[in-house]
Write a protein that binds this ligand. Sequence first.
Ligand SMILES: Cc1ncc(COP(=O)(O)O)c(C=O)c1O
Length: 487
Amino acid sequence: MDQELLPIVEALQKHDRKNPTSMHVPGHKNGRVMPAHGQALFSSVLPFDQTELTGLDDLHAPDGVIACAQKLAAAVYGAKDTLFLVGGSTAGNLTMILASFRQGDTVLVQRDSHKSIINGLRLAGLRPVFIFPKYDNKTQLSLGVTESMVEQAFVQYPQAKGLIITSPSYYGWTQSLSEIIHTAHKRGAKVLVDEAHGAHFPASSVFPPSALEQGADVVVHSAHKTLPALTMGAFLHLGKTGSVSLQALKDAAAIVQSSSPSYPILASLDIARHYVHTVQQFDQELLARHFLAMKSNMKSATGLTVVSPPDGIYEDPLKCIVQAPTGYSGWTLQHYLEEENIYPELADSKHVLFIFPLVLDTEQEGTYTKIRKSVNRMMTETPKKEFDSMTMPTSFFLHEAEKDWADEMFHVKQQQVPLMNAKNLTAGTDIIPYPPGIPLFLKGEKIMGERYDFLVEWLAKGGRIQGGEMNKYGDWYLNIINKDENE
Ligand SMILES: Cc1ncc(COP(=O)(O)O)c(C=O)c1O
């Protein structure tokens, strides 16, 4: 297939060249009806914000330019089929779970999954058995689940119909998945991979191997996270194993996505796929040297320690994890970086995560100087505190969800109680350190044990959560199931 084509982009440009009169949605009428403040932001995009017109296509029943663009994407990614998504990997995760299993099925799920995986399990009415990942002793970052953990889980739950894993982690660490996938396939289970952070992996051998290449059945990519795509642009790939039906994926995607998908997002997916092809043509040695240089410059020019994964774990060269200097949290460092207009992807109690751009040029003018300045300012203005890495709670390895874990999704009565009084009460909603968006407590779980201690420490050190609120005095309140119903 000719990867130089840009079917959706070209169809939109062709339509625009006709100087068309819009007698259809959207209401901005190719930009004619848009106040000046809206024009200032969107004028170049509005002519391309179209609907299912002749010459364009229908995302939910594509037979024209969208179908062609999806085929090009499948070819570049080595997938059997690819669907374009306008609702991010969130839509992809919901879709793949709904399409792959039947209500009541038992599935093995990596516990440090994004909330969209957890919500997919709920919507599909599945019985999850969570596998707690391994954590790196030094950094307390997730290393994912191992083949032996997966094997052991299948021994204990031979009825499991699938395995849902996340790889790479938000921090860009991943491992060889082939054996894990093979183990699940031996048991007749489907393997679904949330590879939201790895949409660029097939672009170069400099990046870790992709889940599709390693035999996964369905894979989700947030194109918008690392490729030049608009926010919410994502891919859903069907692997070559053919164990999940394309029609089921299409049906599920039509349930979770808008019936008016955004053409700017779809066009940007066309561009992102084309960019993967472009990067494949780069001089790969040069690309490898480029990323090594980016990291080594980060070290030498800023004085920060760049974190490397332990042996056996691949690291995405686009991700750069730096450690906050001793005595400071990652959140404090993030604050000082933002004062210099440097915006990292996220921070935690000990680290700041940067994402490098996928281009072969030097850093944006002055970036490292500004980072160094932020570090120096932090160290002169803010006194050091005793600050250890927070230990991730790992109290259970295999953990079966309560039988009725998803039954009362919306209808339980909730109230807010101060964090200090929430111990041993039942979470009324998922409690999610954010970012990275991995639920610590699921709705219906007792707020207790080392996870409670972790939460208290996380909030005390400056972390934020979803599933609670901070009042104007800085005290945190958690949503719990109404007290009467707790007793
Ligand atoms: C691992 C993982 N999966 C899925 C998602 C959801 O992706 P999106 O924002 O594209 O909906 C995220 C978002 O950060 C994520 O980190």
